[in-house]
Design a protein around this ligand. Structure first.
Ligand SMILES: [Fe+2]
Length: 460
């Protein structure tokens, strides 16, 4: 049985009244919550990211809870929901607003509907603005604000039928009667924070202090950021339950890259190969580093497209990532060779010898060495050459080559600057770019407004 480690941060339980709140911090900046009532052993999972299904399921089982409810606050446009995967494991009722039209959702609550976790009450409020189908949850002492109110920010409203004026009205109506001590758990945070208090937001959130509706609308609708990466794919997945395929053909990838989807391509070849030729905007995370850089892979917006020269290493990377509970992975069939052949855009640099050629030359030299030693030193050295032959047969049968893995670590196969930066050879490939969601800073393409309103007159 393989051991798995999770790059999910947080997951430390907090108590709000009688409820236990377990936040899960996804490297993409998304927040998933498990809300449990220890007395009754009943719990509710909120906005489960597809990558976090196992983390949440493990936690429910570890607590010895049941999971009667799995809720999506709205149709997520920036990440895949795991509700459809989690709910069947516990016989949970999936809940979303009726306007979401999510396949598999059994309950469409009205504003003010209540869910019960033992004696504890969770009130559902319709909270349109970011999207028309948005819900928030209220418990005694906590507001799970989804994509309405963030820590120091608010949601964007420029896609999926969002409405800035409606968001303004929603937020102010929602918090009007809530005390300052209310703990706010947002649907996203890009700076690693888990919660805030309503009092803190009232005092410091510039969007909340901007009470004038028309000024709020004018400021929020100015300079809309790019749409989230892969938004159409994610909407199909989140609405219709369409699964992300294990593999994707290179022609489709070429078209997707043309439409701006390169930020979801994870190139698992060696740095030197990447330097020779790569898809502009793709991220380099070599196969031999993938386990150490899980957070970077998870920060890539799904569906994540795994690329190597012909496909073999991408499948190995996929196996490794799946073992670590990373979901939403598609291997690019035929790798960059097929992608280039089909007209995909590539950027070329200094040409380096391919790993396959290095293996052939290295194996040949070792066989010659074994033969020479057998001839000149001792006949038993022929066994050395035989071992190399056996290794090549094993590599051919299993498609796993030990010599290739060793050679991949050689200094001449690294990209320039790769060791120092720990990232992609000078192309910033491992840093989230526009259209993604960074773990540490709000970026274009997430669900948060990426700018602040102008200062209030009284502050000027
Ligand atoms: Fe959202």
């Amino acid at each position: 049985m393989s051991t798995t480690t999770s790059p999910v941060r947080g997951a430390t339980a907090q108590s709000i009244g009688s409820l236990k709140i377990v936040p899960f911090l996804h490297p993409q900046g998304c927040r998933t919550y498990l809300i449990g009532d220890p007395d009754s052993g009943q719990s509710l999972a909120l906005d489960v990211h597809l990558d976090l299904v196992k983390d949440v399921a493990d936690r429910v089982r570890a607590e010895g809870w049941s999971l009667p409810y799995v809720v999506d606050t709205h149709t997520h446009a920036d990440h895949p929901s795991g509700a459809g995967d989690l709910a069947p494991q516990f016989g949970s009722t999936r809940i979303a607003h009726k306007a979401a039209h999510h396949r598999g959702v059994a309950r469409h609550p009205d504003d003010g509907d209540r869910l019960h976790l033992g004696d504890q009450v969770v009130t559902i409020r319709h909270a349109p603005g970011h999207t028309p189908d948005h819900l928030v949850l209220l418990t005694d002492g906590a507001l799970f604000s989804g994509d309405t109110l963030f820590i120091g920010g608010v949601a964007r409203t420029d896609f999926l039928g969002g409405d800035a004026g409606q968001l303004h009205d929603t937020i102010h109506a929602l918090i009007a009667d809530l005390p300052d001590e209310t703990v706010v758990y947002p649907g996203h945070d890009y700076e690693g924070r888990t919660s805030t208090s309503l009092g803190n937001e009232r005092a410091n959130n510039p969007w909340l202090r901007l009470s004038d509706r028309s000024a709020f609308v004018k400021a929020l609708t100015a300079n809309p950021p790019p749409r989230p990466a892969n938004m159409d794919d994610l909407l199909r997945l989140n609405r219709e339950g369409v699964k992300i395929p294990d593999r994707i053909d290179a022609a489709t990838v070429a078209e997707r890259v043309r439409q701006g989807g390169a930020t979801s391509v994870v190139d698992v070849r060696m740095g030197a190969e990447y330097e020779s030729e790569h898809i502009p905007g793709s991220r380099l995370i070599p196969l031999d580093q993938i386990e150490q850089r899980l957070e970077e892979v998870m920060a890539v917006p799904a569906p994540r497209l795994l690329l190597c020269r012909t496909g073999n290493r991408a499948f190995m990377a996929r196996d490794t990532l799946v073992r670590h509970n990373v979901a939403g992975l598609s291997v690019v069939e035929g790798g960059i060779e097929a992608y280039r052949r089909l007209g995909g855009d590539v950027k070329t640099g200094v040409q380096r010898m391919s790993l396959e050629r290095q293996v052939r030359i290295g194996a040949g030299l070792l066989v010659i060495l074994g033969a020479l030693l057998a001839w000149l030193v001792h006949p038993l050295f022929i066994a050395f050459a035989a071992m190399i032959g056996a290794g090549l047969v094993f590599a051919g049968v299993t498609d796993r080559c030990g010599m290739a893995l060793v050679l991949a670590k050689a200094p001449w196969n690294r990209a320039r600057g790769e060791e120092a930066a720990g990232t992609a050879g000078g192309c910033a490939a491992s840093l989230p770019a526009a259209g993604g969601c960074a773990a540490s800073a709000p970026t274009a393409g997430g669900c948060a407004a990426t700018h602040l309103p102008p200062p209030l007159d009284s502050d000027a």
